[in-house]
Design a protein around this ligand. Structure first.
Ligand code: ANZ
Length: 819
């Protein structure tokens, strides 16, 4: 008998699939479409490990099932080649980014092919290819012309190691998302995309998405919508007013001082002579602190008095104005009314500087507004609040707002935490920002017919650290003429954040070779939105937010007819190293699939293992012995099919064997189909293992003497295996005599009539009296049986409107409902 030899089978079929182009999607509108996509990788490392493989394996299985179910499937792959990860890799290995990308992508591609993933490689894209980034630049200009791309000088996150600015989303706990180094603040003129114009829609449309709650919550928190009030405080003895943003206007009678951010524009104006020196030195000190440090709850509060006072608009009281770094310049109005009786930070500050505390709750003690009063405004009563004393916070709030609004000292306001997306990078490896700076005309868009602005090849592409991109040192690139006035002008030398490239790549896959437009509207209309998007949750407030924003801009521009790019998002669980740690090259605990393939297991065993190891959306530790398990399982199927093939019809089948074969296979088709609909890959694989065991047992009895009785089951088994283990199933399918590929064969269906024999009779009692009986699959759980039992007319009549006191269930035999 032929031996199962993955090393011989797998490359053979990979080549055959490439030649027969079975994974190429056509724009055939006769069939329903499915667009299955995994995040396109940035080829920053030399190889992928089994952790990455899981992500692609999930997408691959889903796309294969859709294909077998008759859908027109688009399952493409490409390279997120521009940006920090790729450039840093190149610098570390002292090769040019172009060479690094080409090496890494070809290695990565070979690995993907070797794993048997069914990608449509005719649509491969590379975001660092001028034919691609020309359109990224085109989108930049679209944003620029709509006023959604602008330049502004302000304090920005600066990574001293990567020597570039970063977007807020790319700073995690005060560290650079890419290299993990602590970031600093630097004043620089930068380009921004005005994502804040879309904040309401980005928030509201989240509700409609079939995404994990974890990712939706991360986006909601990042957007950070706060409903509150803007209140004006007059500065005593001056014409100035200070505006504050508060979400606790009901505590206004407890305001005993005000605090401005050190950077607030009024600080210099209102500070009295005597306090100038202190205030200036405090401002200086605050500049050296990171925002994270400033917001740290545990940190001791610091501040200094300005010498000025303000008037509380609620009660006319004169209160001191301080500055302190726990108030941030970039949020709300950069000033607060301090309520030490109910706000913890203000409380600590007041205690430290011996400022008065007025409690506005009846118990006259500190009660935290955010955690206690806000969620239960009915349960607390106002005190020290003049005419509002005795009212609940809930009612008091309405009345206080009405009073202040009438007096024109307060208006309602909504604030968002999210800021505009900083997209310029002082780095070489990105799409040049297509802007020309002219002395006379200011920043001018490069005319569309002059795109792409090519990234020149330069000798020294390492970041200089002076806050300028290395492109600034290339006079041939920099010096140009103004498209408006024809006068001498200079090119923008910053490049775009790599996340700009990935904000539209999913559209380009529908039309990758288009040289007239970023995509054909017709093709995008057919293929988009992406039906299943698969990737890790780490992009929650980066890529996934940016791509939603670009999609909405394109929708407004009339380029596309949908507002959300990814209908469903599936976040796969991580594969951990066998020691339970996160796999990473620096820890030296990564496992590369190539090694397992070289050991003879083959890609199919690895693929099965990736999904059998645990629920697809939960983390699981890799186990090499697990791969030998899935390998043994595939060997069993192999042997079974070989024995079947070698047998010949000798006698007619025994009726009970035939029945048992039909039951086993139909039951499994039903179970696997249902599990795959729910993405329950691991249970689908166990069902296939069970089926294999059942068939082995039956074979012991029949010895394949009645070969024809087995044909249907053997063929269906191979088909059910195909999405998981595409090579072995293709080999067996062809040995079974099929001319066409198993991967375009029709997904097997089951016949209910064979399943009937697989049911048990359950007796239904109500209050111990026999009332009816039920036919159910064995092993049904109490809930299922109870629900079905209650629907029986005789039972229903007895239990409706009654309280069920107890349910007694004896598995597969009896249910007694006590009312
Ligand atoms: C008075 C007050 C009393 C407040 C109270 C809270 C509780 P969120 O939900 O995050 O929007 N705040 C406003 N601007 C700020 C800034 N630039 N830096 C630091 N803190 C600022 O929180 C809004 C609350 O955060 C506001 O409501 C304000 O303090 C503070 F018992 O006003 B509150």
């Amino acid at each position: 008998m032929k031996r199962y030899d993955p090393a011989a089978i797998e490359p053979k079929w990979q080549k055959a699939w490439e030649q027969s182009k079975i994974y190429q999607a056509s724009d055939d509108k006769a069939k329903p479409k499915k667009y299955v996509l995994e995040y396109f990788p940035y080829p920053s490392g030399a190889a992928m490990h089994v952790g990455h493989v899981r992500n692609y394996a999930i997408g691959d299985v889903i796309s294969r099932i859709y294909r077998m179910k008759g859908f027109n499937v688009l399952h493409p792959m490409g390279w997120d080649a521009f940006g920090l990860p790729a450039e840093n890799y190149a610098i570390k290995h002292n090769i040019s980014p172009r060479v690094a990308i080409d090496q890494n992508t070809s290695r990565f591609k070979q690995q993907l092919i070797q794993m048997g993933f069914g990608y449509d490689w005719s649509r491969e894209i590379d975001s660092s290819d001028p034919d691609y980034y020309r359109w990224t630049q085109w989108f930049f200009l679209m944003l620029f012309n709509k006023g959604l791309a602008y330049q502004k000088e302000s304090l920005q996150w600066w990574c001293p190691l990567d020597k570039t600015v970063l977007a807020n989303e790319q700073v995690e706990n005060g560290k650079c998302w890419r290299c993990g180094n602590e970031v600093e603040k630097k004043a620089l003129k930068q380009w921004f995309f005005k994502i804040t114009d879309y904040v309401d829609r980005l928030l509201a449309d989240l509700d409609e998405l079939d995404w994990s709650n974890a990712v939706k919550t991360m986006q909601r928190n990042w957007i950070g919508k706060s409903k509150g009030n803007r209140v004006s405080f007059r500065v005593d003895g001056s014409d100035e007013t200070i505006e504050v943003f508060t979400t606790a206007i009901d505590t206004i009678y407890g305001t005993t001082f005000m605090v401005l951010a050190p950077e607030h524009e009024l600080v210099k104006k209102i500070t009295t002579e005597e306090h100038h020196a202190n205030v200036n030195s405090y401002i200086h000190e605050a500049q050296s602190k990171s925002e994270i440090e400033r917001q740290d709850e545990a940190k001791e509060k610091t501040g200094t008095f300005t010498g000025a006072h303000a008037i509380n608009p609620a009660n006319g009281q004169k209160i001191p104005i301080w500055i302190a770094d726990y108030v941030l310049a970039g949020y709300g109005t950069g000033a607060i009314m301090a309520v030490p009786g109910e706000d913890l930070r203000d409380y600590e500050f007041a205690n430290k500087y011996e400022l008065p505390i007025v409690y506005t709750t009846e118990t006259q003690e500190f009660i935290n507004y955010q955690t206690e009063i806000k969620p239960k405004p009915d349960s607390y009563k106002l005190a020290n609040s003049q005419e509002f004393n005795g009212l609940s916070f809930k009612q008091g709030r309405q009345e206080i707002i009405a009073k202040l609004e009438k007096e024109n000292t307060a208006v309602s306001e909504i604030q968002f935490k999210m800021r505009d997306w900083l997209i310029s990078r002082q780095r070489y490896w990105g799409a040049p920002i297509p802007i020309i700076h002219c002395q006379k005309d200011g920043p001018v868009a490069v005319p569309v017919d002059q795109l792409p602005v090519l990234l020149p090849e330069i000798d020294s592409y390492e970041p200089s650290g002076e806050g300028r991109s290395p492109l600034a040192n290339d006079p041939d690139f920099v010096n140009t003429t103004c498209p408006k006035c024809g006068g001498p002008a200079t090119r923008e030398t910053d490049t775009m954040d790599g996340f700009a490239c990935s904000s539209w790549y999913f559209l380009r896959f529908t039309d990758p070779d288009n040289s007239q437009a970023p995509f054909s509207e017709d093709k995008v209309k057919f293929w988009l939105p992406v039906d299943d998007y698969i990737g890790g949750a780490e992009h929650a407030v980066m890529h996934l937010l940016y791509a939603r924003f670009w999609t909405k801009v394109m929708y407004d521009e009339g380029l596309i007819n949908f507002e959300e790019p990814f209908t469903t998002l599936r976040n796969q669980g991580m594969i951990l190293a066998p020691d339970g740690e996160k796999m990473s090259k620096s820890k030296g605990n990564t496992i590369e699939p190539d090694i397992l393939i070289d050991q003879g297991y083959g890609a199919d065993s690895i693929r099965l293992m990736e999904l059998f190891i645990g629920p697809w959306n939960q983390a699981s530790a890799w186990s090499t012995t697990g791969v030998s398990g899935t390998y043994r399982f595939l060997n069993r199927i192999w042997t079974l099919v070989q024995e079947y093939l070698e047998s010949s019809e000798v006698e007619a089948v025994e009726p009970d064997i035939e029945q048992a074969i039909n039951l086993a296979i139909n039951k499994t088709i039903k179970k696997v189909s249902k599990d795959l609909d729910a993405l329950s890959f691991n249970t689908a694989i166990s069902a296939l293992m069970e089926l294999t065991n059942d068939l082995y047992k039956l074979k012991q009895q029949d010895k394949f003497k009645s070969k024809s009785a087995w044909t249907g089951a053997i063929n269906s088994l191979v088909q059910l295996l195909a999405p998981f283990a595409p090579h072995i199933s293709e080999e067996l399918w062809s040995e079974l005599g099929h001319k066409d590929t198993v991967h375009l064969s029709k997904w097997p269906t089951y016949d209910e009539t064979y399943l009937k024999t697989d049911e048990v009779t359950i007796v239904i009692q109500v209050n111990g009296k026999l009332r009816a009986s039920l036919s159910m699959p064995p092993g049904s759980n109490e809930e299922e049986v109870k629900a079905t039992a209650m629907q029986q007319p005789k039972v229903e009549a007895l239990v409706t409107d009654k309280q069920i006191r107890k349910v007694i269930y004896i598995q597969d035999k009896l249910i007694n409902i006590v009312v």
